[in-house]
Design a binder for this molecule. Structure first.
Ligand SMILES: Nc1ncnc2c1ncn2[C@@H]1O[C@H](COP(=O)(O)OP(=O)(O)OP(=O)(O)O)[C@@H](O)[C@H]1O
Ligand SMILES: O=C(O)[C@H](O)COP(=O)(O)O
Length: 407
């Protein structure tokens, strides 16, 4: 089934409810936005709607987190990036918001308050239930068309993601369309061989991706690094030491060791684990060890230099590289080598995709973002897409187009 895009509808002079994902790293003390990559990625969609009344709906963080804030700074950042005024109202669908929308002219942009300030938006629900929420009914009444550009939130079955498309004519924004099209290429006609590099700390997500791409024969090899590799090494009977074992327990990923065992049984030939890692020794310095000689009291914090060589060779010989999650604690210079060198190698592949917020930040900090075919704006959303699941936002847009698209 196909969803509609901005090329399929007329938006001039219409009031467009535009859902974006401006959820960004901010300094909670000053509300200063520390990384505006998502603003820059959504800007073309806003510019494409220059003859519409654009009502921006987005969220920042979630309740009880320190960076759960109002969106004044977000409106100012968007205004700076698009070079047009962006009004902001600290209301979502109440009287102030309704009057602000009523007074808009074509070409105006209005940002509503953090939509997760509304309790209903934080609840996972079906499209039908979402459509009957006060939030969706209130927003629906303010607009003519809904455009969902928020790929970063596409894995959340929440009211503004699945309820608005259920209630009104809806299409994908430019970024949503590009993310889905590019990531789909990984499953259809990506240049062979296809290599996945899975690292970082979100072990459950990475295991789901690894299982999907190995079982489906999409990946020719899966290189595991970061905490993900520690789980696989433990599954393979390696003593990874107490600190790394404790971290897996603290993160709640002991159950993932069983999944890793199962995958090693079924796909050992396509799973590549490090033979050498870097630990932090008693002097707090980096020390290279082979995995059969990891000191019991020292943490494994990076891919070892001797394993870096075959890993980068495999990556350089790949047609496609999908990279999600760092190879080590890159925030500490001594343990950043694995992440930096693997990413530099990955950028040289014919088709290279980066998923994950931390990973994307490293790519930009290395100044190699231009060398990648695609840097996803989605962390969890990108991972879920790569597990082969249909994202709730995509399903909702497809249903909406089938229901409203023709008229
Ligand atoms: N061996 C390791 N031990 C402990 N932490 C590690 C190790 N390797 C990587 N990390 C940590 O993994 C974290 C990033 O993991 P995560 O899975 O969140 O990455 P991501 O998917 O790119 O980011 P996001 O969660 O924003 O999508 C980094 O903060 C890094 O310090
Ligand atoms: O940054 C993200 O992953 C998205 O904005 C979704 O945020 P959430 O995990 O708080 O739903």
């Amino acid at each position: 089934m196909k969803f509609g895009t901005l090329d399929d509808i007329e938006t001039d002079r219409k009031t467009v409810l535009l859902r974006v994902d401006f959820n960004s790293p901010i300094d909670p003390a000053s509300n200063l936005i520390l990384d505006d990559k998502r603003f820059r990625e959504h800007a073309p969609t806003v510019q494409n709607l220059s003859d519409s009344k654009v009502v921006v709906i987005t969220h920042q963080s979630r309740p009880q987190k320190k960076d759960f804030t109002t969106l004044q700074a977000h409106a100012e950042r968007l205004e700076r990036l698009i070079g047009r005024p962006v009004d902001y109202t600290d209301d979502i669908f109440g009287k102030c918001a309704r009057e602000a929308v009523r007074s808009m002219d074509c070409g105006d942009v209005l940002m509503l308050e953090n939509v997760r300030f509304n309790a209903e938006e934080n609840i996972k629900m079906s499209p039908q239930d979402a459509a009957s929420t006060h939030l969706v009914r209130g927003l629906r009444a303010m607009g003519d068309i809904y455009v969902n550009d928020a790929f970063g939130t596409a894995h959340r079955s929440q009211p503004t993601i699945v309820g608005l498309p259920y209630s009104m004519k809806s299409v994908a924004g430019t970024l949503m369309e590009r993310e889905v099209k590019t990531l789909s290429k990984v499953f259809t006609d990506a240049p062979k061989p296809v290599t996945f590099v899975l690292g970082g700390t979100k072990v459950d997500d990475s295991m789901d991706v690894a299982k999907n791409v190995l079982d489906a024969g999409i990946a020719d090899q899966v290189l595991v690094v970061g905490v993900v590799s520690n789980v696989f090494l433990a599954a393979d009977g390696v003593d990874i030491g107490k600190p790394s074992g404790d971290l897996i327990k603290t993160l709640g990923y002991e159950g993932e060791i069983g999944k890793a065992k199962e995958m090693l049984k079924n796909h050992r030939d396509r799973i590549v684990m490090p033979e050498h890692v870097a630990i932090k020794n008693t002097e707090g310095e980096r020390e290279e060890v082979s995995v059969d000689k990891i000191p019991s009291e020292r943490p494994v914090l990076d891919l070892g230099l001797e394993s870096l060589i075959p890993f980068t060779e495999t990556i350089k010989n790949s047609g496609t590289v999908v990279f999600n999650g760092p190879a080590g604690v890159f925030e500490e210079e001594a343990f950043s080598t694995g992440t930096f060198e693997l990413l530099k190698a990955a950028g040289k592949a014919d088709f290279s995709v980066v998923g994950g917020g931390h990973t994307a930040v490293v790519v930009e900090s290395l100044g190699i973002d231009e060398s990648f075919s695609h840097i996803s704006t989605g962390g969890g959303a990108c991972i879920e897409f790569l597990t082969g699941k249909k994202l709730p936002a995509v399903a909702a847009l497809e249903e909406s187009w089938a229901k409203f698209g023709k008229n």
